[in-house]
Design a protein around this ligand. Sequence first.
Ligand SMILES: NC(=O)c1ccc[n+]([C@@H]2O[C@H](COP(=O)([O-])OP(=O)(O)OC[C@H]3O[C@@H](n4cnc5c(N)ncnc54)[C@H](O)[C@@H]3O)[C@@H](O)[C@H]2O)c1
Length: 322
Amino acid sequence: MVRLIQVGMGGMGNAWLRAVGGSDEAEYAGLVEIDEAIARKQCDAYDLNPGTVYATLSEALGRLEADGVLVITPPQFHREQSVEALRAGVPVLSEKPLADTMEAAAEIVTAADETGVLHMVAQNYRYSVPVQTLKSVLDSGAVGQVGAATVRFFRGPHFGGFRESMAHPLIVDMSIHHFDMMRYLLGREVVQVRGFAFNPAWSWFDGDASAHLSLSCEGQVQVGYHASWCSQGAETPWNGEWRFECEGGVVTLEGDRVLVYRPGAEPEPVPEVALPRTGQSYLLHEFVEALRGGPRPATTCQDNIRSLEIVFRALSAVGSGD
Ligand SMILES: NC(=O)c1ccc[n+]([C@@H]2O[C@H](COP(=O)([O-])OP(=O)(O)OC[C@H]3O[C@@H](n4cnc5c(N)ncnc54)[C@H](O)[C@@H]3O)[C@@H](O)[C@H]2O)c1
């Protein structure tokens, strides 16, 4: 069994507590949580030994033998915790975003490069049935090359917590998933971002919860991105609704279903791909396989910094890149 230390047992901590709890190839060496009440509550809920929970990662690394560290804390702590684990020679699987600034992200990449220790980022949106089905159609070449894409994302979540006081909650905390999906689905890097971010009068977020962006990718492929986190109805799925203008037709992801439209023909639903693992379970398995000498994960920090770069290009485009 691969032995892990999980740092952060809060909201998203639940998804990882379930993934590790349900895994037959990984287990906890220990956990780290600064909030004692959260630690107690989660130990009760997941039947964990409170004696294995530490207040700091340094303490846990000093006392435990671990094969990997899961970083599941808010973004501003990712640099410190990722770099500490990497410099101690322990591989990291970190929640997105890689870091809260490009400078912090670059420091993590430098630590991973200098130590040769694996650091990967959890881009779970890539590993769902709808997104893998979409990817398989686009990659098959059946509808020809992609010339342009449109993404629509509209939801109205009331999270409370750190997101409601961020300057750009949508672009920094949510759109990173869609930007990473864009790179993955198109197989192209984003080279320019233009657009606007704004906060409708009724928004319950302090920062801009809506954005209209225009992203130019390599090979002149253009993407329109319209999104809001303070929408009051007609919500899209978390993946968003996607439309790809292709040489031989249009491929869409609508209501998490993939359809192919060809000129003059009825829309063709695409059968879903079968996946043995999705989301966090997929990522955990990919991490464990890499620790055992298997293939290098797709979303290493060296790759993922390019997804994060789109976030900062977008912030700069909307006039908040400082
Ligand atoms: N992949 C996804 O779909 C997805 C969804 C939600 C959140 N996330 C990401 O997960 C990360 C955590 O978000 P969350 O919603 O769980 O936040 P949260 O605030 O609910 O939980 C974070 C936990 O970390 C703890 N913590 C904070 N600083 C710590 C420290 N220095 N040492 C130890 N513990 C510390 C907090 O006490 C809290 O329990 C963020 O990066 C967020 O963007 C990803």
